[in-house]
Design a protein around this ligand. Structure first.
Ligand code: PGA
Length: 251
């Protein structure tokens, strides 16, 4: 089996003042990283440039939580991929369930955002996940396949090289409910199969698939032990330096 470098990513969402962001990144720069994981943090836009500046020279990479699909223009409050990159982001999250459900990001919109991120060389962390109703109706795999199919439509394996996928069951985000390791593994294996069928085995084997949804210091070890789980996208506990450090150093 291909060895994939694990990724531990923290999504800071709409949290942290500049001073709080600076304190958190300074603490994380000192953290042990015994698994040599790739560490990525996604601060809110007001802190992005400052966090990127403080992280430069360290192994921690910085992501934006979203980008607009245009490079510039009359789009009040939006942030373009050019601006995210200029502020120091190397990665961008796209399709987080809060973007999908609260801000109306559809598969079609996300497909345009994917194009924009690729155009500017931002590595995409593409989020997919089912709601509780969809899981209970046995639609999980179909929902995720359609999010992947439509969100990534029109791009080749070569263009998507480096893509990161995050499986985040909507019912597990911020709820304290985590998918069981077996539930996570089942969906991750299915995502890898989708990638194999669509983009070929080399692409699928190289792609990191992260799990997200109430990842904690207390459950990260069993989740990371699953063969198709290559990392974690962490919300709540990414704001706490000691908890996030423990997650980085999963066993
Ligand atoms: P959570 O958030 O860890 O607070 O559940 C995860 C996410 O939304 O990425």
């Amino acid at each position: 089996m291909t060895k994939r470098t694990p990724i531990i990513a923290g999504n800071w969402k709409m949290h942290n003042t500049l001073a709080e962001s600076a304190a958190l990144i300074e603490a994380l720069k000192k953290a042990e990283n015994k698994n040599e994981a790739e560490i990525i943090v996604a601060p809110s836009f007001t802190s992005l440039a400052e966090v990127a500046k403080l992280a430069s020279g360290s192994a921690i990479k910085v992501a934006s939580q979203d980008v607009h699909w245009e490079d510039k223009g009359a789009f009040t409050s939006a942030v373009s991929p050019v601006q995210a990159k200029d502020a120091g982001a190397t990665h961008t999250i796209l399709g987080h369930s809060e973007r999908r459900s609260v801000f109306g990001d559809t598969d079609e919109i996300l497909n345009k955002k994917v194009a924009a991120a690729l155009r500017h060389g931002l590595t995409i962390i593409f989020c997919v996940g089912e709601t509780l109703a969809q899981r209970e109706a046995n639609e999980t795999i179909a929902v995720i396949n359609s999010q992947l199919e439509n969100g990534l439509k029109g791009f080749t394996a070569e263009q998507l090289n480096g893509l990161i996928i995050a499986y985040e069951p909507v019912w597990a985000i911020g709820t304290g409910k985590t998918a069981t390791p077996a539930q996570a593994q089942e969906v991750h294996a299915s995502i890898r199969q989708f990638l194999t069928d669509k983009y070929g085995a080399d692409f699928a084997q190289a792609t990191r698939i992260l799990y997200g949804g109430s990842v904690k210091d207390s459950n990260v070890d069993e989740i990371m032990a699953q063969p198709d789980v290559d990392g974690a996208l962490v919300g709540g506990q990414a704001l706490l330096a000691d908890k996030f450090t423990r997650i980085i150093n999963f066993n």
